[in-house]
Design a protein around this ligand. Structure first.
Ligand SMILES: *Cc1c(COP(=O)(O)O)cnc(C)c1O
Length: 319
């Protein structure tokens, strides 16, 4: 990846003439089955651009309580877009009930914000929304005149876990945001896919948000490399998460969730949080405990390192 970055030809992407950015955008559009794609510095920005293109001032979007766009993006849609979120409770499997989606679509009446968009996230907290559910939810949205956006920061994990191709995993969505810098291993960047008109409009918002980049081919090359080489190997991360969860499951006193992809959670009794964090830290493993201990496997983590993690847990809970 570093070699690809060093060798990348560059231009000026604000003028649309950086060949590597253009190659990345074209490759991503094809891979995910869209007319066009836009490269931006972060997933927060690609999600925000999507919301700004889909929704106008005083519109609302339906979104999960646990969704990244609602919970972890600083309220950007409201602050910068005057877009009102209508949060809906996520079910334990990460989905939004179709009945809840239907109930929250407001009638066209001057009392209500205009409901214009359904935004889903896949994977959400490492959980996979199955393609059959996604088909139902997006069909419901479209029947009621809403557009659909996928926060697919980790959609490649969802596709690999289900054994389906990327196009099938994003079917039903009018736009999709994909992080190149999570499991795919690029240093920076996200991709936003949509129709040609959607991406043209998105380019305007990207510039306004400060995401227009100049000689960006150097980082686009990393994203291109990631999409070409690091998607299928996500299965390794999933197997590694299963391996570590399995190793931790036998330990008394903690509750370990079953990973569906590369993320899982461990509930540690409050009395043990500081002590466990200290034991892990002494072994060179840094964790955050609040609100829950979240473990994420990725291409920078080896099976041998996971054995060390499991050993520290086991030793700590022995006494
Ligand atoms: C990481 C992530 C994003 C975007 O994060 P950035 O750090 O802004 O790139 C969006 N949604 C989900 C689900 C994520 O995991």
């Amino acid at each position: 990846m570093r070699e690809a970055m060093a060798a990348a030809p560059v231009g000026d992407d604000v003028y649309g003439d950086d060949p590597t950015v253009n190659a990345l955008q074209q490759h991503a559009a094809e891979l995910f089955g869209f007319e066009a794609a836009l490269f931006a510095p972060s997933g927060t920005q690609t999600n925000l651009i999507a919301l700004l293109v889909h929704c106008g001032r005083g519109d609302e979007y339906l979104v999960g309580q646990e969704a990244h766009t609602f919970r972890y993006e600083g309220g950007g849609a409201a602050v910068l877009g005057s877009i009102q979120p209508q949060p809906i409770a996520n079910q334990p499997d990460g989905s939004l009930l179709l009945a809840d989606i239907a109930t929250q679509i407001k009638p066209r009446d001057i009392h209500f914000a205009r409901t214009t968009l359904l935004a889903l996230e896949n994977t959400i907290g490492g959980k996979v929304l199955p393609a059959a559910y996604v088909a139902q939810a997006t069909a419901l949205a479209h029947e009621r005149g809403l557009a659909t956006h996928l926060d697919g920061a980790r959609i490649c994990n969802a596709a690999v876990a289900q054994g389906i191709d990327l196009r099938a995993a994003v079917a039903g969505f009018d736009s999709v945001s994909v992080c190149l810098s999570k499991g795919l291993g690029a240093p920076v960047g996200s991709i936003l896919c949509g129709s040609r008109a959607f991406v043209e409009e998105g380019k305007r918002w990207r510039k306004m948000l400060g995401g227009g980049m100049r000689q960006a081919g150097t980082i686009a090359a990393a994203g291109l490399h990631a999409l070409r080489h690091n998607v299928a190997r996500l299965a390794e991360d999933h197997a590694n998460a299963a391996f570590l969860a399995d190793a931790l499951q036998g330990i008394g006193g903690i509750a370990v969730s079953t990973p569906q992809t590369n993320i899982f959670y461990v509930d540690v009794p409050p009395a043990h949080c500081a002590g466990l964090a200290e034991a892990l830290s002494a072994a060179g493993i840094r964790v955050s405990m609040a609100p829950r201990l979240r473990l994420v496997t990725h291409l920078g983590v080896t099976r041998a390192q996971l054995r060390t993690v499991a050993d520290v847990f086991t030793t700590y809970f022995k006494h």
